[in-house]
Design a binder for this molecule. Structure first.
Ligand SMILES: [Mg+2]
Length: 373
């Protein structure tokens, strides 16, 4: 099974709500690179590289990395030698974890389709059939998010992650109070500062928000401040979750060594793919840190990969934030979306990533800015 062709599409999709994150706020549209790998016997696997400029790089950079630097290490090589391919890509090009994750996803999709197995099967077999779905409260217009919650909670959604630190602290406090007043303990509330606080003043702020009993507080301070993170983890009963402080296994070893977090956010675009994510979770499991299924601004292909990963990785037990396709993207490149039911993502049953994508669905579901191959 030799990979004969790699096609690339740099695409842009409109989104229906603004997202204020503290860093890299998003409005209007998101861009990403779609990868189609085909074998000579007519099978195609799909992957997606979805960088975000404040996390891993740019979509234009991923497109160029794939087209110019990674293509020779993929085309003409056997799909069944995936680990060798990943090692070649790492030797040929530093960073660009998003591009490498996209290639791996396409190869695993291809292998699954060839063997009639899902990617979760290839990763060890599923340990769960549904994944609790977290929606982010990140609209600059808080009233709009409250309206969404009033519709989502009765529909079975329980997990909500509030993007704190974007607005003044007293506004965050008022919003958290409004959420607890409206929904009580019926919602599982998480907070994500996206590095917004400075270590100097953070402890007071965190002790304040702690009274709303969040399940975890994510990345309160900039990524390099591991000692401050360790201080919060030691002082607060509420778990501290590392996102920007923990991209890959190297970061995770440091987080564990310095006790800088109680849990981690695992993102394919940060760590470079599903096999690397499982390697990270082996370390995290050993250290007793559960994982949370994070995402950048990924579309349906990358989120299907994340879904397959979590289905097959016991330690990623804190749910996922794969809400883009059903709640934010106005259209997507899948022929049909991965179903959500009762506030959870349903792990698809079909072979490969469990989704159907075609050139027609790509052209119909996104604006194509560039293509190659
Ligand atoms: Mg985060």
């Amino acid at each position: 099974m030799i990979i004969g062709r790699m096609r690339l599409f740099l695409v842009e999709s409109p989104i229906r709500m603004a997202r204020a994150q503290g860093v890299g706020s998003v409005k209007g549209s998101v861009k990403r690179v779609l990868i189609a790998l085909s074998t000579d016997d007519g099978l195609t696997g799909w992957g997606e590289a979805a960088p975000w400029e404040v996390f891993t790089g740019t979509p234009e950079g991923a497109f160029s990395a794939l087209d110019t630097y990674l293509r020779p290490h993929v085309v003409g090589h056997p799909a069944l030698r995936l680990r060798a391919m990943l090692a070649r890509m790492d030797r040929a090009l530093i960073g660009h974890t998003d591009a490498k994750a996209g290639v791996e996803m396409a190869v695993l999709d291809l292998l699954g389709k060839a063997k009639g197995l899902s990617v979760a099967d290839l990763l060890g077999g599923r340990v769960r059939d549904t994944i609790p779905l977290s929606f982010s409260i990140a609209d600059p217009d808080f009233a709009a998010d409250m309206e969404r919650m009033r519709a989502m909670v009765p529909a079975g959604h329980r997990l909500f992650k509030v993007k704190t630190g974007v607005k003044p602290h007293r506004e965050d406090m008022a919003h958290l109070e409004a959420i607890r007043d409206a929904f009580g303990d019926g919602v599982d509330l998480r907070l994500d500062y996206n590095q917004a606080l400075e270590p100097f003043a953070a402890m007071t702020v965190l002790r304040d928000v702690d009274r709303f009993r969040p399940t975890f507080i994510e990345q309160p301070v900039p990524r390099r401040h591991l000692d401050a993170m360790a201080g919060f983890a030691a002082a607060l009963d509420t778990p501290i979750l590392a996102d920007e402080s923990c991209y890959d296994a190297v970061d995770l070893l440091e987080v564990v060594r310095r006790r800088a977090a109680d849990a981690i956010s695992v993102k394919l675009m940060k760590c470079g793919g599903m096999l690397k994510a499982q390697a990270m979770m082996a370390i995290a499991d050993t250290a007793g840190l559960p994982g949370y299924g994070g995402t950048l601004w990924e579309g349906g292909i990358a989120l299907a990969a994340g879904t397959q990963l979590i289905a097959a990785t016991p330690g990623i037990s804190l749910g996922c934030e794969f809400y883009m396709p059903h709640h934010v993207l106005t259209e997507d490149v899948l022929e049909e979306r991965v179903p959500n039911r009762d506030g959870a993502v349903v792990v698809p049953e079909g072979p490969g990533l469990g989704i159907r994508v075609s050139e027609a669905s790509v052209r119909g579901g996104a604006r194509i800015l560039a293509e190659a191959g």
